[in-house]
Design a protein around this ligand. Structure first.
Ligand code: HBI
Ligand code: FE
Length: 296
């Protein structure tokens, strides 16, 4: 489908110029995808599946195979939903793009994952700023087949709805938890560190960088440490956090976050590249190539 989504051009908001997408749920226009769209999916799928064995965690690879994603063309959400809803009760729904946070949290809280219906153009194959169908479907969706991760994502959504009611600081702290786990998380396996974050598994460059580069820090996951830590939007991460397993994520979201937000309110946010004496350090990065501009 060559027509790009209805994108309300960069509105001036209190956060400066941000791309604001027309929100709303859309049926996947599967018959309208062009041959170029299917070819982009197929190229990206093959390229990632070429480099992910040995890099992505076992659960991710097993789940992607169990879902029966079609490598040669864009999968139909309706077909994936049959398998996914039977496995963990999650369903996919098509959206135009980034949703307002409360909408997004509410969908997660009800086991609905929003998937962008359009895929990047061929000339964007190596990088696209906003999440497209490949990022969401290839990156985020497979792990929703894993019961522990599926529970974590729903708990995160419920927490997000609550945090939205508390205020911006709570939301900022919770967004960092999403960023350093769901998007850019690493996990420890018996045979080494592996990737589970969607932002990494959907990117060739970062799939290699996150595990093999000497530049970034790799630090053991600690909930409040993560929630204090700024991050990068437009470059590879300066720090990757490593969970011991999905149970650790589940346990982390069990307590009421109220007291945690209260504690965090009195603490400085940490620069993305900082290492604390209290950190469990897998790698203290060299910092080579780190951007010098401000972290988010
Ligand atoms: N909307 N469709 C979509 N997908 C996301 O991943 C997403 C979003 N809106 C907000 C958002 N992510 C982030 O702010 C999360 O940290 C909440
Ligand atoms: Fe994402």
């Amino acid at each position: 489908m060559n027509s790009q989504p209805r994108r309300v051009e960069n509105l001036q908001t209190d956060k400066g110029k941000v791309p604001v997408y027309a929100t709303g749920i859309v049926e996947q226009p599967w018959d309208d995808y062009s041959p170029a769209d299917h070819d982009t999916w197929s190229k990206l799928y093959a390229r990632q599946r070429e480099i992910l064995p040995g890099r992505a965690c076992d659960e991710f690879l097993a789940a992607q195979d169990a879902m029966g994603m079609t490598p040669d063309r864009i999968p139909r959400f309706s077909e994936l939903n049959r398998v996914l809803s039977a496995a963990t009760g999650w369903t996919l729904m098509g959206v135009e793009g980034l949703l307002p946070e409360l909408d997004f949290f509410d969908h997660l809280a009800n086991r609905r994952f929003p998937v962008t219906w359009w895929i990047r153009r061929p000339d964007q194959i190596d990088y696209i700023e906003e999440p497209d169908l490949f990022h969401d479907l290839f990156g985020h969706v497979p792990l929703l087949m894993n019961p522990m991760f599926a529970d974590y994502m729903q708990a995160y959504g419920k927490g997000g709805v609550k945090a939205h009611g508390i205020g911006a600081d709570a939301l900022q702290h919770l967004t960092r938890l999403y960023w350093y786990t769901v998007e850019f998380g690493l996990i420890r396996q018996a045979d080494g560190l592996r990737i589970f974050g969607a932002g990494i598994v959907s990117s060739k460059g970062e799939s290699i960088y996150a595990l093999e580069s000497a530049a970034p820090n790799r630090i053991g996951f600690d909930l409040e440490r993560v929630m204090r830590t700024r991050y990068r939007i437009d470059s590879y991460q300066k720090t990757y956090f490593v969970i011991d397993g999905f149970e650790q994520l589940m346990r982390a979201t069990e307590p009421d976050f109220g007291p945690i937000y209260a504690r965090l309110a009195g603490q400085e946010s940490l620069p993305a590249g900082k290492v604390l004496d209290s950190d469990h350090v897998y790698q203290r990065g060299t910092g080579e190539g780190w951007p010098t501009d401000a972290d988010v």
